[in-house]
Design a protein around this ligand. Structure first.
Ligand code: ADP
Ligand code: MG
Length: 167
């Protein structure tokens, strides 16, 4: 894993060589993913998107890695994390971060997407991680960053994180 520090607005690239390393990367990235944030998880089937969420959920105290499973059929999984501290004075973030792990692989059109009501999940406390979100312009418009995972040789994966700071 690269040791580079991740700054908002920058693009950062990490390489992992196993599912375990990707979970560890998710734990590191979680520190930066302060709510509210909506991220698209981009990558082929089996790239490691859900695996990365396992690490993020674990770091937030939201779920153990084994408890995080693919929302391919359930579409949305909600996990309540531990209480978070407000980063800006005057911000009211009492309560825990709400992690929403969403998978739009089986959603075929905007009409089906509308029935999910994803926009309503965006609150000051929420972190949305959306697999296959790039399929829908409305989800891209809602998002303020992307995590893209590319499969290289064997178990090697390249993960590129882009967080928009201008939200
Ligand atoms: P996706 O959600 O992108 O479809 P998953 O996270 O469900 O993918 O599955 C990724 C699979 O690839 C898991 O079985 C995982 O153990 C395996 N794997 C092998 N190497 C890696 C790696 N470097 N990063 C993430 N997953 C990996
Ligand atoms: Mg998945």
């Amino acid at each position: 894993m690269s040791e580079a520090k991740l700054k908002l607005g920058d693009k950062h690239v990490y390489t992992t060589h196993s599912g375990e390393e990707t979970i560890a990367l998710g734990r590191e990235l979680a520190k930066l993913l302060t709510p509210p944030r909506v991220l698209i998880l981009h990558g082929d089937l089996g790239a490691g998107k859900t695996t990365l969420v396992k690490g993020i959920a674990a770091a937030l105290g939201a779920a153990e890695p084994d408890e995080v499973t693919s929302p391919t059929f359930t579409l949305i999984h909600e996990y309540a994390g531990r209480a978070i501290e407000a980063t800006n004075p005057g911000e009211n973030l009492s309560g825990a971060v709400l992690l929403y792990h969403i998978d739009l692989y089986r959603i075929e059109d905007q009409r089906q997407l509308d029935t999910l009501g994803i926009e309503e999940l965006v609150t000051p406390r929420s972190l949305l991680l959306i697999e296959w979100g790039e399929k829908f312009p409305s989800v891209v418009a809602l998002s303020d960053g992307e995590i893209a995972i590319e499969t290289l040789a064997g178990d090697e994966r390249r993960t590129t994180v882009t967080l928009r700071a201008d939200k």
